[in-house]
Design a binder for this molecule. Sequence first.
Ligand code: PLP
Length: 473
Amino acid sequence: MSIDRFREDAHRIVDVMADYLEAIESYPVKSPVHPGQIADQLPHDPPDASESLDDLLADFGRIILPGITHWQHPSFFAYFPANSSPPSVLAEMLTATIGAQCMSWETSPAATELEERMVQWLRQMLGLPKSFTGSIHDTASTGTLCALLTARERVTGFASNEGGLSGTKPLTVYCSADTHSSIEKDVKIAGIGRRWLRKIAVDGSGGMVVEELSRAISEDVKAGNTPTCVVATVGTTGSSGIDPVAEIAEECRRQGVWLHVDAAWGGSAMILPEHRGMMAGVEHADSFVFNPHKWLFTNFDCSILFVRDAGSLVRTFEISPEYLKTRQDTAVTNFRDWGIPLGRRFRALKLWFVIRSYGVDGLREKLRAHIAWAKELAADIDAAPDFELLRAPRLSLLCFRYRPESVEPGDDLDRINEQLLNDLNDSGRLYVTHTRLEGEYAIRFVIGQTSTERRHVRRAWSSIQEMARNARR
Ligand code: PLP
């Protein structure tokens, strides 16, 4: 493709992108296709001859778009958002065009030095102490795995990287019963073994019970096991539970255990000084992960792992074959030594674009609005006789269920709410997901989309009330 042709096609694609964003509200939020429907429309064999952009774009509209769940739709209230924004998209276009593989300083000095500065900006924005440094990863799952592997190495005196774990006493890891499943997955991958993951009970508000944590650690010590890492969560996935980080940090300090804080979603709210109290004690953590790709308007993927002891992290991951050595190795940061993959995308550019375009004040304003609308919705749900607020909003997540006066608690109520959720999502008007709280089916509602306005939340509440009245019994 000639550069002239590329220029022409790229302009066309930008129009397609803008048209998509302009029309996004006309799409059903959750894709309505059935399994196999997209695959059935795709040829089994690749084309031998070149095809035109016209054909590609026509098929994009005809085949692909119907199979997209529109995460950037303003009525997306499901999971946690993966919110992007125009400045982030523009930066991603440049990143894709440059196509740099940023494993070492030398392979793109600007990528490394911008990443270092963006991590520093974010540390300041979140109010984390200067002792934290870090790097950008793809996801929180990866960041937490890196933290866990570093904790494993530290507690074994860096022996497990050399000789493996066989013959060592079991290493034990602790998290709350409400912790995200990625922790269990990481424990499996790290070679620790999921049976050594202790899931500590939570209290009525979804926070870890620290006395139970202390007891579990003491029992492991007595049994000859090696307590290795505690994962505290700020903003659990089900109900935005917040573990008492300060008390957990104190316990970790007493027992000499690594403390990792998973704030994948909730961490963004630390840019709001008025919400930092919920993370009191975070300054004592050994590591902290949060995802700008969830609630800081930066395209998936972008997750930051902060650590206090970068030396131990690098010692865990570094490897220096001859073909990767460069003249500057002793003078620069080579981020390939800060995590799992060798190859790294240039993710710092989109953060630079987002933070500079909105300014910290602009980002704060958006988060504050989401939190305020969640509070307003919760008040309406609380006041509605046929609805029950199961979790008051912490930040912008709340959980509720429909409880018509004529129905008894139990399975029927679960079934009615499941039906309501399916009806809402099948309507295409909005997208919500569910969880279980103390065994009860609950509808989760998270506000965090870049283009969401108050009117979208109000309209969602109207749809919920209207469809609840029609929910089949
Ligand atoms: N931790 C929490 C609290 C989450 O809610 C999630 C995902 O929603 C994760 C970790 C995993 O995030 P990622 O998809 O970035 O691995």
